[in-house]
Design a protein around this ligand. Structure first.
Ligand SMILES: Cc1ncc(C[n+]2csc(CCOP(=O)(O)OP(=O)(O)O)c2C)c(N)n1
Length: 585
């Protein structure tokens, strides 16, 4: 391996290495042939190592999943205009999910005298970053080799500064291929770390603590706090001090799970009653306010507020994350005490301030009665979920509850993580679901996320003894089914269990609602929606890509033994496995 960089793109490899990037997901393209060569022949394809994907959307979604599991970005390199277009929805997902992804792209050469006819012209944009500018934190295109290190380190720093998000750095093909005439000294990367997040104004914090301590019926709602699982302890402590029910919006908004589902104060499944009863609502890292405070009629889209009287205290970084193109800022909710701060940083101080206020408080007896009442409701909800599994045990096609229970039976003794999916919410209801074990959804509700993101999680955990589980819907998989190649090629140990309802189930429900509202035949809801004629044979598809697979499985009794075989492949052979299980919607 050469000792010193000879070309602009060698310098990029030095930068990637200097900041500790382990992997670079790619789909090849001539605009970054310089960088590709440098990664392989200058960098020796080690730290960073190439991860070959078959679609740019897969490359970015994989990097998105990796970032969530590793807590640090990897890079995705995408070809010019067309590659970036393919990547764009996955970049949007990462943006909504506040996941740091370093997207490197290419263009040009910008110097028209160096372009080949046709292809270099049609694949050169001015300025390419505008294609994704509305949903990256930063896009940049350095105009000289000398400007590369600063542009790179800025992008690196910005991506990891809260609120985190993807960045796009476009590397002119001419710059990549330019021979370095003189050595370029790289700065000390340790001096370009992300800024610490903003803390709360102490007066606002004290006011929040006072209102919470005095509340008759406080409720705590969280949406994506679980992005930092280390905050879970302080969150639970706060809830326990206040005897406040905890509501986790992760399922509805696809955010990161924040509340351990076995915590006795978790009332996520009784959100409406908890909110109706609340006099103070504390919202931590919540963007989707109407999902907390409102109830939506699926047919009319009408939203009714569940509670207009409750005082709302909100701590979030949303005020630092504004973009105008897509309304990712969501509804303008009435908030009585808005605190623009990093909820994870604020929590320990809020706990201390609440403790302080409660010392002067005389309602301790009320709180312990409330805690008992909430815990009893929580226990009843968990028991109800288990009862549903018993009731549905013999249903065919399999009920999602039963499949989730079967998977739990097999993995509960393992050191598992849930890389993607919720099994229609049943993993949260039935498993020992906790923030440090679950990585949430796409954030942007863009399908084609699950498998590649789960592969990114498996990559982040490669070499550990964790069993990475992907609860995979069929429609979502079909957008990016060729990610199975990456799974097989890189031998990523991922256990994929398909909740295959042979339909775009969510849309079927919408078409049913519309047909009913319009008095039209409900049975037509399947037209243009079902994926069952012919039904894709996912086991054979997976096998075709070199992935161990079994299915279709359509009885509960057959699931357990098949799962154990699949688990053996993942754990002991270090390879991916897929089980295609037929479920009802
Ligand atoms: C890229 C993209 N295209 C279309 C949609 C609209 N959409 C939302 S949910 C859904 C159906 C999903 O089907 P599947 O993944 O099989 O899950 P199911 O609802 O059946 O559980 C569709 C098509 C979307 N969210 N993203």
């Amino acid at each position: 391996m050469p000792q010193s960089p000879g070309y602009g793109s060698d310098l990029v490899v030095d930068l990637l290495r200097a900041v500790g990037i382990e992997y670079v997901a790619i789909n090849p393209g001539a605009t970054y042939r310089g960088l590709h060569d440098s990664l392989v022949n200058y960098g020796g394809n080690r730290a960073p190592e190439l991860v070959l994907t078959t679609h740019e959307e897969i490359a970015v979604a994989l990097a998105h999943g990796y970032a969530k599991a590793r807590g640090a970005p990897m890079a995705a390199v995408v070809h010019d205009i067309v590659g970036l277009q393919h990547a764009s929805m996955a970049i949007f997902n990462a943006f909504c999910d506040r996941a740091p992804v370093l997207v490197l792209g290419a263009t040009g050469p910008m110097d028209a005298t160096r372009r080949r006819p046709w292809i270099d012209w049609i694949h050169t944009a001015l300025v390419q970053g505008t294609q994704v500018r509305d949903y990256v934190k930063l896009d940049d295109q350095p105009a000289s080799v000398g400007a590369l290190p600063e542009a790179f380190l800025r992008a690196w720093r910005v991506a990891r500064t809260e609120p985190m998000g993807p960045v796009y750095l476009c590397l002119d093909a001419g710059l990549q291929e330019q021979a370095l005439e003189r050595p370029i000294v790289l700065p000390d990367t340790a001096r370009f770390q992300p800024a610490t997040g903003p803390h709360a104004d102490p007066r606002a914090l004290d006011e929040a603590a006072r209102r919470l301590a005095e509340a008759r019926s406080p409720v705590i709602v969280v949406e994506s706090l679980g992005r930092r699982p280390e905050t879970t302890g302080a969150l639970c402590r706060l809830a326990e001090l206040l005897a406040a029910p905890l509501i986790d919006l992760a399922g509805e908004s696809q955010g990161r799970p924040s509340v351990p589902a076995e915590h006795p104060l978790d009332l996520t499944d009784a959100r409406d009653e908890a909110i109706r009863d609340a006099d103070v609502v504390l919202a931590l890292d919540v963007s989707s306010f109407l999902s907390v405070l409102g109830e939506t009629d699926r047919t009319t889209r009408e939203v009714r507020l569940l509670n207009e009287r409750a005082m709302v205290i909100a701590v979030s970084l949303d005020d630092y994350a504004f973009r105008s193109w897509a309304h990712t800022f969501q509804s303008l909710a009435p908030v009585d005490l808005p605190i623009a701060a990093d909820a994870g940083l604020v929590l320990p101080s809020l706990v201390a301030a609440v403790e302080d206020h409660l010392k002067r408080d005389r309602a301790a007896a009320d709180r312990s009665v409330r805690a008992e009442r909430v815990a009893a409701r929580h226990a009843a909800l968990r028991a109800e979920a288990r009862d549903v599994v018993s009731l549905e045990r013999s249903a065919r096609p399999l009920a999602p509850s039963v499949l989730a229970a079967e998977v739990w039976d097999v993995i509960k003794g393992e050191n598992w993580v849930l890389a993607n999916g919720t099994g229609k919410g049943w993993a949260r209801r039935l498993w020992d679901w906790r923030p440090e074990r679950s990585y949430g959804g796409s954030g942007g509700a863009g399908l084609g996320y699950g498998l590649p993101a789960a592969l990114g999680v498996a990559l982040a955990h490669r070499g550990s003894n964790k069993v990475c589980v992907n609860l995979q819907a069929d429609g979502d998989l079909l957008y990016v089914v060729s990610a199975l190649y990456t799974a097989a090629h890189h031998r990523l140990p991922l256990l994929t269990v398909m909740f295959n309802n042979r339909t775009y189930g969510n849309d079927e429900a919408h078409q049913e609602a519309v047909a009913k509202a319009r008095g039209r035949p409900v049975e037509q809801k399947v037209v243009g929606i079902r994926i069952d004629d012919p039904p894709p044979d996912f086991a054979r598809i997976a096998q075709g890509f070199g992935v161990w697979a079994e299915g279709p499985i359509d009885t509960a009794g057959a699931v357990g033994p098949a799962l154990r075989r699949a688990l053996h492949v993942v754990k002991h052979e270090g390879r991916p496995a897929l089980l295609d299980v037929i479920t009802r919607s």
